[in-house]
Design a protein around this ligand. Structure first.
Ligand code: PLP
Length: 396
Protein backbone atom coordinates (compact mmCIF):
# COMPACT_ATOMS: atom_id res chain seq x y z
CA UNK A 1 0.00 0.00 0.00
CA UNK A 2 1.44 3.34 -0.99
CA UNK A 3 0.07 6.84 -0.49
CA UNK A 4 1.30 10.22 -1.62
CA UNK A 5 3.12 10.57 1.72
CA UNK A 6 5.31 7.64 0.83
CA UNK A 7 5.38 7.74 -2.91
CA UNK A 8 6.40 10.81 -4.88
CA UNK A 9 4.84 11.59 -8.26
CA UNK A 10 6.52 10.42 -11.45
CA UNK A 11 8.51 13.65 -11.50
CA UNK A 12 9.54 13.18 -7.89
CA UNK A 13 7.16 15.55 -6.13
CA UNK A 14 5.85 15.14 -2.61
CA UNK A 15 3.02 17.66 -2.72
CA UNK A 16 4.68 20.79 -3.99
CA UNK A 17 8.19 19.77 -2.94
CA UNK A 18 10.82 17.71 -4.74
CA UNK A 19 11.52 17.47 -8.46
CA UNK A 20 14.88 17.71 -10.18
CA UNK A 21 16.31 21.21 -10.63
CA UNK A 22 19.64 20.51 -12.23
CA UNK A 23 21.97 22.02 -14.78
CA UNK A 24 21.50 20.82 -18.38
CA UNK A 25 24.81 18.99 -18.20
CA UNK A 26 23.57 16.65 -15.47
CA UNK A 27 20.40 15.61 -17.26
CA UNK A 28 21.93 12.46 -18.68
CA UNK A 29 23.16 11.12 -15.34
CA UNK A 30 20.02 12.00 -13.44
CA UNK A 31 17.69 10.69 -16.13
CA UNK A 32 19.61 7.42 -16.21
CA UNK A 33 19.04 7.07 -12.47
CA UNK A 34 15.38 8.09 -12.71
CA UNK A 35 14.64 5.57 -15.41
CA UNK A 36 16.48 2.66 -13.80
CA UNK A 37 16.49 2.86 -9.99
CA UNK A 38 13.10 1.21 -9.38
CA UNK A 39 13.78 -1.71 -11.71
CA UNK A 40 17.23 -2.29 -10.27
CA UNK A 41 16.04 -2.07 -6.68
CA UNK A 42 13.15 -4.46 -7.20
CA UNK A 43 15.29 -7.04 -8.98
CA UNK A 44 15.46 -10.27 -6.95
CA UNK A 45 19.24 -10.68 -7.23
CA UNK A 46 19.74 -7.07 -6.11
CA UNK A 47 17.46 -7.55 -3.10
CA UNK A 48 19.22 -10.78 -2.21
CA UNK A 49 22.65 -9.14 -2.17
CA UNK A 50 21.37 -6.00 -0.40
CA UNK A 51 19.65 -8.05 2.32
CA UNK A 52 22.64 -10.30 2.76
CA UNK A 53 25.03 -7.35 3.20
CA UNK A 54 22.64 -5.64 5.62
CA UNK A 55 22.63 -8.82 7.68
CA UNK A 56 26.24 -9.95 7.62
CA UNK A 57 28.16 -6.71 7.00
CA UNK A 58 26.03 -3.97 8.59
CA UNK A 59 24.76 -6.22 11.40
CA UNK A 60 21.00 -6.06 10.86
CA UNK A 61 18.42 -6.43 12.18
CA UNK A 62 19.43 -3.88 14.80
CA UNK A 63 17.69 -4.49 18.14
CA UNK A 64 14.53 -2.74 19.30
CA UNK A 65 15.33 -2.20 22.96
CA UNK A 66 12.86 -1.40 25.74
CA UNK A 67 14.43 1.49 27.66
CA UNK A 68 13.12 0.69 31.11
CA UNK A 69 14.64 3.50 33.17
CA UNK A 70 13.93 6.13 30.55
CA UNK A 71 10.34 4.85 30.31
CA UNK A 72 9.95 5.17 34.08
CA UNK A 73 11.42 8.67 34.04
CA UNK A 74 8.84 9.87 31.51
CA UNK A 75 5.99 7.61 32.65
CA UNK A 76 5.45 5.97 29.26
CA UNK A 77 6.91 3.16 27.14
CA UNK A 78 10.06 4.06 25.24
CA UNK A 79 11.69 1.79 22.69
CA UNK A 80 15.08 2.46 21.14
CA UNK A 81 15.82 1.40 17.57
CA UNK A 82 19.52 0.72 17.83
CA UNK A 83 20.99 2.12 14.59
CA UNK A 84 24.03 3.01 16.70
CA UNK A 85 24.94 -0.67 16.50
CA UNK A 86 25.27 -0.62 12.70
CA UNK A 87 28.76 -1.05 11.24
CA UNK A 88 30.44 2.41 11.30
CA UNK A 89 28.13 3.49 14.12
CA UNK A 90 25.08 5.00 12.44
CA UNK A 91 22.25 4.46 9.97
CA UNK A 92 24.15 6.07 7.06
CA UNK A 93 25.63 2.74 5.97
CA UNK A 94 22.18 1.35 5.05
CA UNK A 95 22.06 3.87 2.21
CA UNK A 96 25.67 3.59 1.05
CA UNK A 97 25.41 -0.23 0.85
CA UNK A 98 22.31 0.18 -1.31
CA UNK A 99 23.86 2.80 -3.57
CA UNK A 100 27.13 0.94 -4.14
CA UNK A 101 25.13 -2.07 -5.36
CA UNK A 102 23.09 0.21 -7.59
CA UNK A 103 26.26 1.83 -8.97
CA UNK A 104 27.65 -1.60 -9.76
CA UNK A 105 24.52 -2.47 -11.77
CA UNK A 106 24.74 0.84 -13.61
CA UNK A 107 28.28 -0.13 -14.61
CA UNK A 108 29.89 2.78 -12.72
CA UNK A 109 33.54 2.31 -11.74
CA UNK A 110 34.10 5.47 -9.76
CA UNK A 111 32.23 6.84 -6.72
CA UNK A 112 32.08 10.44 -5.57
CA UNK A 113 30.48 11.83 -2.43
CA UNK A 114 30.39 15.01 -0.42
CA UNK A 115 30.64 15.11 3.34
CA UNK A 116 30.34 17.69 6.10
CA UNK A 117 31.31 16.12 9.39
CA UNK A 118 32.72 13.11 7.58
CA UNK A 119 30.13 10.53 8.67
CA UNK A 120 28.70 10.05 5.18
CA UNK A 121 32.24 10.14 3.76
CA UNK A 122 33.26 7.30 6.06
CA UNK A 123 30.13 5.27 5.21
CA UNK A 124 30.86 5.78 1.50
CA UNK A 125 34.59 4.99 1.78
CA UNK A 126 33.64 1.84 3.70
CA UNK A 127 31.42 0.37 0.97
CA UNK A 128 33.89 1.39 -1.75
CA UNK A 129 36.60 -0.58 0.07
CA UNK A 130 34.17 -3.48 0.38
CA UNK A 131 33.64 -3.47 -3.38
CA UNK A 132 37.14 -2.38 -4.44
CA UNK A 133 35.84 0.74 -6.19
CA UNK A 134 37.64 4.08 -6.52
CA UNK A 135 36.28 6.63 -4.03
CA UNK A 136 36.65 10.41 -4.05
CA UNK A 137 35.17 12.38 -1.16
CA UNK A 138 34.80 16.15 -1.41
CA UNK A 139 35.02 17.95 1.90
CA UNK A 140 35.27 21.63 2.85
CA UNK A 141 38.79 22.68 3.84
CA UNK A 142 37.47 23.96 7.16
CA UNK A 143 35.69 20.66 7.84
CA UNK A 144 38.87 18.72 7.04
CA UNK A 145 40.59 20.62 9.84
CA UNK A 146 37.69 20.19 12.26
CA UNK A 147 37.06 16.50 11.59
CA UNK A 148 40.54 14.99 11.56
CA UNK A 149 39.57 11.51 12.88
CA UNK A 150 37.00 10.97 10.10
CA UNK A 151 39.45 12.23 7.47
CA UNK A 152 41.95 9.67 8.77
CA UNK A 153 39.31 6.92 8.62
CA UNK A 154 38.44 7.74 5.01
CA UNK A 155 42.10 7.72 3.99
CA UNK A 156 42.74 4.45 5.80
CA UNK A 157 39.79 2.96 3.91
CA UNK A 158 41.48 3.96 0.66
CA UNK A 159 39.41 7.03 -0.27
CA UNK A 160 40.87 10.20 -1.71
CA UNK A 161 39.71 13.24 0.29
CA UNK A 162 39.63 16.37 -1.86
CA UNK A 163 39.39 19.76 -0.11
CA UNK A 164 36.80 22.28 -1.28
CA UNK A 165 38.52 25.64 -0.99
CA UNK A 166 35.82 28.03 -2.24
CA UNK A 167 33.16 29.98 -0.32
CA UNK A 168 32.77 29.11 3.34
CA UNK A 169 34.92 25.97 2.77
CA UNK A 170 32.20 23.76 4.28
CA UNK A 171 29.50 21.30 3.19
CA UNK A 172 27.77 23.37 0.51
CA UNK A 173 31.09 24.06 -1.19
CA UNK A 174 31.95 20.37 -1.07
CA UNK A 175 28.57 19.66 -2.69
CA UNK A 176 29.34 22.12 -5.49
CA UNK A 177 32.68 20.39 -6.11
CA UNK A 178 31.02 16.97 -6.23
CA UNK A 179 28.46 18.21 -8.75
CA UNK A 180 31.23 19.71 -10.88
CA UNK A 181 33.04 16.37 -10.84
CA UNK A 182 29.87 14.52 -11.88
CA UNK A 183 29.33 16.90 -14.80
CA UNK A 184 32.89 16.21 -15.95
CA UNK A 185 32.63 12.44 -15.55
CA UNK A 186 29.14 11.51 -16.73
CA UNK A 187 29.90 8.01 -17.98
CA UNK A 188 31.80 6.13 -15.32
CA UNK A 189 30.85 7.92 -12.08
CA UNK A 190 28.03 7.52 -9.56
CA UNK A 191 27.39 10.25 -6.99
CA UNK A 192 26.35 8.81 -3.61
CA UNK A 193 24.22 11.41 -1.83
CA UNK A 194 23.96 10.82 1.92
CA UNK A 195 20.45 11.89 2.84
CA UNK A 196 16.91 12.20 1.44
CA UNK A 197 17.90 15.37 -0.43
CA UNK A 198 19.07 16.20 -3.95
CA UNK A 199 17.25 15.84 -7.27
CA UNK A 200 14.68 13.10 -7.88
CA UNK A 201 15.21 10.13 -7.54
CA UNK A 202 17.62 10.56 -4.61
CA UNK A 203 15.04 11.41 -1.92
CA UNK A 204 12.90 8.40 -2.81
CA UNK A 205 15.85 6.08 -3.41
CA UNK A 206 17.56 6.94 -0.09
CA UNK A 207 14.23 6.70 1.80
CA UNK A 208 13.69 3.23 0.34
CA UNK A 209 17.18 2.06 1.34
CA UNK A 210 16.65 3.42 4.86
CA UNK A 211 13.11 2.05 5.13
CA UNK A 212 14.55 -1.20 6.47
CA UNK A 213 14.56 0.67 9.82
CA UNK A 214 10.75 0.90 10.06
CA UNK A 215 10.28 -2.48 8.40
CA UNK A 216 12.16 -4.02 11.33
CA UNK A 217 10.43 -1.79 13.91
CA UNK A 218 7.05 -3.17 12.90
CA UNK A 219 7.78 -6.86 13.39
CA UNK A 220 10.02 -6.24 16.38
CA UNK A 221 7.34 -4.27 18.26
CA UNK A 222 4.83 -6.99 17.44
CA UNK A 223 7.23 -9.63 18.72
CA UNK A 224 7.86 -7.73 21.97
CA UNK A 225 4.34 -6.49 22.75
CA UNK A 226 1.85 -8.19 20.45
CA UNK A 227 0.87 -4.72 19.19
CA UNK A 228 0.73 -3.97 15.48
CA UNK A 229 1.67 -0.32 15.76
CA UNK A 230 3.46 2.11 18.05
CA UNK A 231 1.64 5.33 19.02
CA UNK A 232 4.64 7.54 18.21
CA UNK A 233 7.85 7.35 16.18
CA UNK A 234 10.50 9.98 16.84
CA UNK A 235 13.70 10.86 15.01
CA UNK A 236 16.12 13.74 14.61
CA UNK A 237 16.24 15.46 11.22
CA UNK A 238 19.21 16.90 9.38
CA UNK A 239 18.51 16.17 5.72
CA UNK A 240 16.07 13.58 7.04
CA UNK A 241 17.30 10.10 6.11
CA UNK A 242 17.09 8.36 9.48
CA UNK A 243 13.69 9.95 10.05
CA UNK A 244 12.52 8.92 6.57
CA UNK A 245 13.64 5.35 7.28
CA UNK A 246 11.99 5.32 10.70
CA UNK A 247 8.71 6.81 9.41
CA UNK A 248 8.47 5.03 6.05
CA UNK A 249 6.31 2.02 6.88
CA UNK A 250 4.12 4.11 9.21
CA UNK A 251 3.38 6.95 6.78
CA UNK A 252 0.04 5.39 5.81
CA UNK A 253 -0.87 4.48 9.38
CA UNK A 254 -2.51 7.70 10.41
CA UNK A 255 -2.85 6.62 14.06
CA UNK A 256 0.95 6.72 14.39
CA UNK A 257 2.25 10.18 15.30
CA UNK A 258 5.45 10.97 13.45
CA UNK A 259 7.66 13.37 15.38
CA UNK A 260 10.66 14.96 13.68
CA UNK A 261 13.14 16.93 15.75
CA UNK A 262 15.26 19.67 14.24
CA UNK A 263 18.26 21.45 15.72
CA UNK A 264 17.38 24.82 17.21
CA UNK A 265 21.03 25.70 17.89
CA UNK A 266 21.10 28.65 20.31
CA UNK A 267 17.30 28.98 19.94
CA UNK A 268 14.95 29.00 16.94
CA UNK A 269 14.97 32.81 16.65
CA UNK A 270 18.54 33.40 17.79
CA UNK A 271 20.00 33.68 14.30
CA UNK A 272 22.09 30.60 15.11
CA UNK A 273 19.79 27.69 14.33
CA UNK A 274 19.07 24.87 11.87
CA UNK A 275 15.31 24.60 12.50
CA UNK A 276 14.43 24.53 8.82
CA UNK A 277 10.67 23.99 8.97
CA UNK A 278 10.26 26.78 11.54
CA UNK A 279 12.41 29.29 9.65
CA UNK A 280 12.44 28.07 6.07
CA UNK A 281 10.63 29.20 2.95
CA UNK A 282 10.16 27.25 -0.27
CA UNK A 283 13.25 27.41 -2.43
CA UNK A 284 15.66 25.29 -4.42
CA UNK A 285 18.73 23.74 -2.85
CA UNK A 286 20.94 20.91 -4.12
CA UNK A 287 18.61 20.07 -6.98
CA UNK A 288 15.21 19.91 -5.33
CA UNK A 289 12.46 22.24 -4.24
CA UNK A 290 11.99 22.20 -0.50
CA UNK A 291 11.92 24.37 2.57
CA UNK A 292 15.18 26.12 3.23
CA UNK A 293 16.59 28.84 5.41
CA UNK A 294 17.18 31.89 3.29
CA UNK A 295 17.31 35.67 3.45
CA UNK A 296 14.57 37.89 1.96
CA UNK A 297 16.49 37.98 -1.34
CA UNK A 298 16.95 34.21 -1.47
CA UNK A 299 20.52 33.79 -0.18
CA UNK A 300 20.96 30.56 1.78
CA UNK A 301 21.49 31.30 5.48
CA UNK A 302 24.42 29.57 7.20
CA UNK A 303 22.84 27.17 9.68
CA UNK A 304 24.13 26.46 13.16
CA UNK A 305 23.93 23.37 15.29
CA UNK A 306 26.30 21.87 17.82
CA UNK A 307 25.85 18.59 15.95
CA UNK A 308 27.49 18.52 12.54
CA UNK A 309 24.93 16.05 11.16
CA UNK A 310 22.02 18.45 11.73
CA UNK A 311 23.88 21.56 10.57
CA UNK A 312 22.09 21.82 7.21
CA UNK A 313 20.01 24.76 5.88
CA UNK A 314 17.44 22.54 4.11
CA UNK A 315 15.34 19.44 4.67
CA UNK A 316 14.34 16.65 2.29
CA UNK A 317 11.19 17.23 0.21
CA UNK A 318 9.34 14.31 1.82
CA UNK A 319 9.69 16.02 5.19
CA UNK A 320 8.74 19.43 3.82
CA UNK A 321 5.52 17.80 2.67
CA UNK A 322 4.97 16.01 6.00
CA UNK A 323 5.34 19.39 7.67
CA UNK A 324 3.08 21.31 5.28
CA UNK A 325 0.37 18.66 5.28
CA UNK A 326 0.42 18.31 9.05
CA UNK A 327 1.14 14.55 8.81
CA UNK A 328 4.35 15.06 10.76
CA UNK A 329 4.87 16.98 13.99
CA UNK A 330 8.02 19.10 13.77
CA UNK A 331 9.70 20.11 17.02
CA UNK A 332 13.17 21.35 17.85
CA UNK A 333 15.79 21.14 20.57
CA UNK A 334 18.59 23.58 21.35
CA UNK A 335 22.30 22.73 21.62
CA UNK A 336 22.04 22.87 25.40
CA UNK A 337 18.92 20.70 25.60
CA UNK A 338 20.58 18.12 23.35
CA UNK A 339 23.72 18.05 25.49
CA UNK A 340 21.66 17.56 28.66
CA UNK A 341 19.71 14.75 27.00
CA UNK A 342 22.92 13.01 25.87
CA UNK A 343 24.12 12.86 29.48
CA UNK A 344 20.69 11.82 30.76
CA UNK A 345 20.37 8.90 28.30
CA UNK A 346 23.96 7.79 28.95
CA UNK A 347 23.34 7.57 32.70
CA UNK A 348 19.85 6.05 32.47
CA UNK A 349 20.42 3.44 29.77
CA UNK A 350 24.18 2.92 29.44
CA UNK A 351 24.08 4.15 25.86
CA UNK A 352 26.06 7.21 24.77
CA UNK A 353 24.08 8.62 21.83
CA UNK A 354 25.34 10.76 18.96
CA UNK A 355 24.68 14.47 19.46
CA UNK A 356 22.26 14.38 16.53
CA UNK A 357 20.19 11.65 18.20
CA UNK A 358 20.32 13.50 21.51
CA UNK A 359 18.05 16.16 19.95
CA UNK A 360 15.28 13.56 19.61
CA UNK A 361 15.70 12.54 23.26
CA UNK A 362 15.62 16.17 24.41
CA UNK A 363 12.03 16.52 23.22
CA UNK A 364 10.88 13.94 25.79
CA UNK A 365 10.99 16.83 28.26
CA UNK A 366 8.47 19.00 26.40
CA UNK A 367 6.07 16.51 24.86
CA UNK A 368 3.45 14.80 26.96
CA UNK A 369 3.08 11.05 26.44
CA UNK A 370 0.42 8.84 28.02
CA UNK A 371 1.22 5.93 30.30
CA UNK A 372 0.20 3.30 27.76
CA UNK A 373 1.76 4.98 24.71
CA UNK A 374 4.39 3.01 22.79
CA UNK A 375 7.04 5.46 21.68
CA UNK A 376 9.85 4.38 19.35
CA UNK A 377 12.90 6.61 19.13
CA UNK A 378 15.33 6.11 16.27
CA UNK A 379 18.74 6.00 17.96
CA UNK A 380 20.48 7.08 14.77
CA UNK A 381 24.09 6.80 15.91
CA UNK A 382 26.58 6.32 18.70
CA UNK A 383 28.32 9.14 20.53
CA UNK A 384 31.99 8.18 20.25
CA UNK A 385 32.53 10.75 17.51
CA UNK A 386 31.15 13.48 19.84
CA UNK A 387 33.34 12.66 22.83
CA UNK A 388 35.44 15.82 22.46
CA UNK A 389 32.26 17.92 22.77
CA UNK A 390 31.01 15.88 25.73
CA UNK A 391 34.41 16.22 27.42
CA UNK A 392 34.22 20.01 27.17
CA UNK A 393 30.87 19.94 28.98
CA UNK A 394 32.27 17.77 31.77
CA UNK A 395 35.29 20.08 32.20
CA UNK A 396 33.19 23.22 32.46
C1 PLP B 1 24.19 12.22 9.61
C2 PLP B 1 23.49 11.88 10.85
C3 PLP B 1 22.19 12.37 11.13
C4 PLP B 1 21.47 13.34 10.23
O1 PLP B 1 21.22 12.89 8.95
P1 PLP B 1 19.75 12.45 8.47
O2 PLP B 1 19.88 12.30 7.01
O3 PLP B 1 18.81 13.54 8.87
O4 PLP B 1 19.43 11.18 9.17
C5 PLP B 1 21.56 11.95 12.29
N1 PLP B 1 22.17 11.14 13.17
C6 PLP B 1 23.41 10.66 12.96
C7 PLP B 1 24.03 9.75 13.97
C8 PLP B 1 24.11 11.02 11.80
O5 PLP B 1 25.36 10.54 11.60
Amino acid sequence: METTYQKPSLQGYYGKFGGAYIPEMLHRNVEELQSRYLDIMSDAAFQKEFRSLLKDYVGRPTPLFYAKRLSKQFNTNIWLKREDLCHTGAHKINNTVGQILLAERLGKKRIIAETGAGQHGVATATVCALKGVECIVYMGEKDIERQAPNVARMKMLGAKVVPATSGSKTLKDATNEAIRDWINNPNDTHYIIGSVVGPHPYPDMVAKFQSVISEEMRWQLKEHTGKDLPTHVMACVGGGSNAAGAFYHFLDELSVQLIAVEAAGHGVNSGLSAATTQLGKPGILHGSKSLLMQTADGQVVEPHSISAGLDYPGIGPMHANLFESGRGVFLSATDEEALDAAFEVSKLEGIIPALETAHAFAVLHNYKFKEDDQVIICLSGRGDKDLATYMKVMES
